[in-house]
Write a protein that binds this ligand. Structure first.
Ligand code: ZN
Length: 287
């Protein structure tokens, strides 16, 4: 059974750790994240972008796969299935498909329109029992083809969106999607403190969790971040392990061409990355 992300994030914010959101791309990805979360007794959020949803043959296919997998793998830790950076229409589709959590990304819209659409989704999510993440200001790096500049959100705008009754809030503090450039200045903790002060007890979300140094992750958690999104790092681990398998010629030996063998090292690598992140975020055993 899937749960929404509200209780797990309130607990995380209160106890000073963060829940990992790991984006999924296929069956192997989903299995790797679920098995690792179960092994670590950690709550987990499976993130699905609109692009990944399309790739996996639609949100209904994703929801059916995740629900069936949770049951057949006997996953008992809290699992939320969450739309990542959703459009308004994408949010409606995920509510219908049986997701337990959605993110409406209205950060590129004029504030009034972001407020209006987020408010409508606050009502819908309350009615249907889903959790809702909203976003203020743009986060740097590539977000579905748009390159941001590592923007920093305005605390007053954050307060306006947080006060609408969203479950969690993503606000730019110099974080970037994808790999961080060598000249990256680091997270803006001054901005995070102001945003945290302005938004009170609303759990904050840190996007772009790949490659942020350990001490910065820990400091961000101490300043109200209760959910950290990891996507690129699992992709890089999968890629490196798959490359090593093929470069060592293992796909040419015996039945090494069997997809179940060919994809196994990459899947194990995702598990290792998820374990490392869950340990870093402090959510091991936090049920
Ligand atoms: Zn993001």
């Amino acid at each position: 059974m899937l749960v929404n992300a509200k209780d797990m994030l309130i607990k995380a914010a209160a106890e000073g750790y963060a829940v990992g959101q790991f984006n999924i791309n296929n069956l192997e990805w989903t299995k790797a994240v679920l098995i690792t979360a179960q092994e670590l007794n950690a709550p987990v959020i499976l993130g699905v972008s609109e692009g990944a949803g399309k790739y996996m043959c639609g949100f209904k296919t994703v929801a059916a796969m995740v629900k069936a997998m949770v049951e057949s793998l006997n996953i008992t830790v809290p699992v939320a299935l969450h739309l990542d950076h959703g459009s308004y229409d994408g949010c409606l589709k995920c509510v219908e498909a049986g997701f337990s959590s959605i993110m409406f990304d209205g950060s590129h819209l004029p504030l009034a329109e972001n407020i209006e659409k987020t408010s409508e989704l606050v009502r819908l999510c309350a009615e249907k029992g889903l959790s809702l993440e909203a976003e203020v200001g743009s986060i740097g790096g590539e977000e579905d083809g748009v390159i941001g500049m590592g923007e920093v959100a305005d605390p007053n705008e954050c307060k306006k969106i947080a006060d609408l009754g969203v479950t969690m809030l993503a606000a730019g503090i110099g974080n970037i999607h994808g790999k961080y450039p060598a000249n990256w200045k680091g997270l803006d903790f001054g901005a995070l403190e102001k945003i945290h002060a302005a938004t009170g007890s609303v759990p904050l979300v840190l996007h772009g969790g790949t490659g942020i140094p350990t001490d910065m992750i820990q400091k961000a958690i101490s300043l109200g971040v209760a959910k950290i999104n990891v996507n690129t790092e699992c992709q890089l681990s999968f890629q490196a392990a798959t490359r090593a398998y093929i470069e060592s010629g293992k796909d040419l030996m015996g039945k090494g061409f069997d997809p179940r063998k060919l994809l196994a090292p990459g899947t194990a690598a995702i598990q290792a990355t998820v374990k490392e992140k869950v340990e870093l975020f402090g959510s091991v055993g936090k049920l």
